[in-house]
Design a binder for this molecule. Structure first.
Ligand code: CA
Ligand code: ZN
Length: 299
């Protein structure tokens, strides 16, 4: 079955209390219409950053109740396609981004974009449409859509594109999947606090893995499996991603810690997702020659 969820159904917190706006079964395809990360509040370069309502950031469309999903399961979200709007924007906000210590002003830049190319003034950049915010409801907390965690959220992972599968640990009945904050293109780090922020639609298929979960959200594409770890500091995030990668190599290759640690030095790539959200995000990418998704599932 194909379900469509309109962008009139927006949440600003991932919460077990959110009322589902649609239900879907494993195997169903869902089309999510999404709004941009500032809820359409930016229309042109003269708009005022100080007028922005920061309570309406990273709005996610949903949530969708997935039939049969229960705490302890894993929701597999297969991204089939991402269609983006032909406009995007960037902002600088004083006190934010990697260079938050420097003095600079707030600025808005509008970009023309397509699935293929994003124009930044006269420069042309290859587009890479991706999902910034996607998650399920946490067990008890209400987590703002601008934050991230084990439930997913504002992970800003540049490789979360069409053709990838995202595995999210389910904490509540029905999982309550929601997503938004599309980017036409973003580099690792998201330096200035924003990417090429845009709206659009995401076409995906949901499936369930019953009774088993990874410790962190996991992304799989054709070549690699990536642990999407996070921490209050980049060091914490790096350590968490590395520990889980080495543990998994121990299981998949039946190695001692020391041997797995050494193999990790050769084949695990640590990469930055973003450095500008409330928690910092790191991914450990492991080639599929050495691990399979099942190795990441704890019993
Ligand atoms: Ca974001
Ligand atoms: Zn964004």
């Amino acid at each position: 079955m194909i379900k469509r969820v309109s962008k009139t159904n927006i949440i600003y917190k991932f919460s077990p209390k959110n009322k589902p706006v649609e239900t879907a079964s494993p195997g169903d395809i869902i089309i999510f219409e999404t709004i941009d990360c500032l809820s359409g509040q930016i229309k042109n370069e003269d708009d005022s950053i100080s007028a922005i309502d920061w309570n309406r950031v990273n709005g996610a469309t949903g949530p969708i109740y997935i039939k049969g999903a229960e705490p302890g399961d894993t929701l597999a979200v297969e991204i089939l396609d991402i269609n983006i709007d032909d406009n995007a924007f960037l902002v600088t906000v004083p006190g934010h981004g990697v260079l938050s210590n420097l003095k600079f002003s707030s600025k808005i830049k509008m970009l023309k974009t397509s699935k293929y190319t994003t124009s930044f003034s006269s420069l042309r950049i290859k587009s890479n449409p991706m999902i910034g915010t996607i998650g399920v409801a946490p067990a008890y907390d209400e987590i703002p859509c601008g934050d991230l965690g084990r439930h997913g959220g504002n992970m800003d992972v540049p490789i979360l594109t069409a053709g990838s599968i995202l595995y999210l640990p389910v904490s509540v009945k029905g999982a309550l999947l929601a997503l938004g904050d599309l980017h036409a293109v973003q580099a690792d780090g998201e330096l200035c606090v924003s990417a090429a922020e845009t709206s659009g639609e995401v076409i995906l298929r949901v499936n369930l893995i019953k009774g088993r979960q990874p410790k962190f959200p996991i992304l799989e594409n054709r070549d690699i499996i990536a642990i999407l770890a996070f921490g209050n500091t980049i060091d914490d995030a790096i350590r968490a991603a590395t520990e889980y990668a080495i543990e998994t190599l121990m299981v998949s290759q039946k190695l001692s810690f020391e041997e797995a640690y050494m193999l990790g030095s050769l084949v695990v790539n640590l990469r930055i997702n973003q450095l500008v959200d409330p928690k910092k995000g790191v991914r450990a990418e492991i080639p599929k020659d050495f691990v399979k998704f099942e190795d990441f599932l704890t019993v």
